[in-house]
Design a binder for this molecule. Structure first.
Ligand code: PMP
Ligand code: GLN
Length: 380
């Protein structure tokens, strides 16, 4: 059969490769971002109860209404924004799907979309599958913050959207009020949409406040804001998230969603509707994850990696010039096999594979896992 690939440049993604290698070589997996400690049992019980009570048929296409109501309450509490649960929120099978659906809803062939690099690996294929062009803008090499003058230069009459991600995967940088001011300047008076990937909204450290697009009415009116329950509640395998967007934009988003997943797993939506009322479960997260970060940094103090700063997400990056001059991908694969620790080569977050010789470590792991991994990494 002749198949004209829609994504000719795309291979198997790095998370699949590194987690597969980690399993194969029984290495400690600091590659793909997921916790190795259990999720809250109370949430397990709520899902089991939902199944026992018979919530096992299709949920409504936009999502279980009580869950959307709980999300709206949470957004009002956290970001002081009034969101209509009926018209502005759609429950999706994960954050990645929400981002894909948002881009698919707005893109036409020939459109341009601004993405930062390094950046999460799904954005560019999501743009290209819609026959649009990704305009890659490098983050500032010194601190991985957004280079606003370069963003402004990248805007053309074809610019349809800008993809933002804060806290940022893989660098752990976080947008601040100055970034918001710069963003406002760049989009003011344009028809540019914002796709804001905020899956790490609660994984943010050192007392920094998350700058959600939902806080700012002028930015919110042009934004699809994408979230993931997997990241917040230690259940990445549930693949459940949501998109918040103004109602006219949500209408188009749902046109894509209704002919793709249509609806999401009902029992976990019923469970989360109740669980979300427990503010402590998400308000406690920044401190818990900051402690993981600090623990990893302490354990790695005697290693020959140079760790960069991480203000958010599950991740911290490190350079390795005192260990090797191998390309990052080769080193990540070799360390998985020989040292028994899997990481992610940051070149995977560049469309052209730019290799600045950086590895990404995932630190949302038990003490014991971090201790063992660091012991091995410190021997290098
Ligand atoms: N965006 C970023 C930056 C991520 O790291 C992830 C993690 N997988 C996601 C989106 C999506 O999360 P999920 O689809 O698993 O909900
Ligand atoms: N977001 C996670 C990471 O960056 C996992 C992504 C995935 O498995 N697709 O590691």
């Amino acid at each position: 059969m002749i198949l004209n690939s829609k994504l000719p440049k795309v291979g198997t993604n790095i998370f699949t490769i590194m987690s597969g290698l980690a399993t194969h070589h029984q290495a400690i997996n600091l590659s793909q971002g997921f916790p190795d400690y259990p999720m809250d049992e109370a949430l397990h019980r709520l899902v089991a109860e939902a199944m026992q009570k018979g919530f096992n048929q299709y949920a409504p296409m936009p999502g279980w209404m009580p869950l959307r109501e709980s999300i709206a309450e949470k957004i009002s509490f956290l970001y002081d924004a009034a969101v209509d649960p009926d018209k502005d929120i759609t429950i999706t099978p994960g954050g990645t799907y929400a981002i894909y659906s948002a881009l698919t809803a707005i893109l036409n062939p020939g459109d341009e979309v601004i993405v930062m690099e390094p950046g999460y690996d799904s954005y560019i294929p999501n743009i290209e599958i819609n026959l649009a062009t990704a305009i890659r803008v490098p983050l500032r090499p010194s601190d991985f913050r957004i280079n606003w003058p370069l963003v402004a230069q990248a805007i053309t009459p074809k610019t349809k959207a800008i993809v933002l991600n804060s806290p940022h995967n893989p660098t752990g940088t976080v947008m601040d009020e100055n970034d918001i001011a710069e963003l406002r300047k760049v989009v003011a008076g344009t028809n540019i949409f914002i796709v804001s990937d905020e899956v790490y909204e609660h994984l943010i450290f050192d007392g920094i406040a998350h700058q959600s697009m939902l806080r700012y009415p002028d930015l919110r009116e042009r934004s699809f804001v994408c979230f993931s329950f997997g990241k917040t509640y230690n259940c990445t395998g549930w693949k459940l998230g949501y998109c918040v967007a103004p109602s006219e934009m949500t209408v188009e988003f749902r046109k894509v969603h209704q002919f793709n997943a249509f609806a999401c797993f009902t029992p976990s939506q019923v469970a989360l509707a109740a669980y979300l009322k427990n503010k402590e479960a998400y308000l406690s997260l920044p401190a818990i994850m900051q402690d993981r970060r600090d623990q990893f940094i302490r354990l790695m103090a005697s290693s020959r990696f140079s760790l960069k700063h991480s203000s958010g997400s599950y991740f911290i990056c490190g350079t390795y010039e005192r260990i090797s001059d191998e390309p990052d991908r080769e080193l990540a694969i070799r360390l998985t096999k020989e040292a028994g620790v899997a990481t992610i080569p940051v070149s995977a977050f560049y469309a052209d594979g730019t290799d600045n010789k950086v590895l990404r470590f995932c630190f949302c792991k038990k003490d014991q896992t971090l201790e063992k991994a660091a012991e091995r990494l410190c021997k290098l």
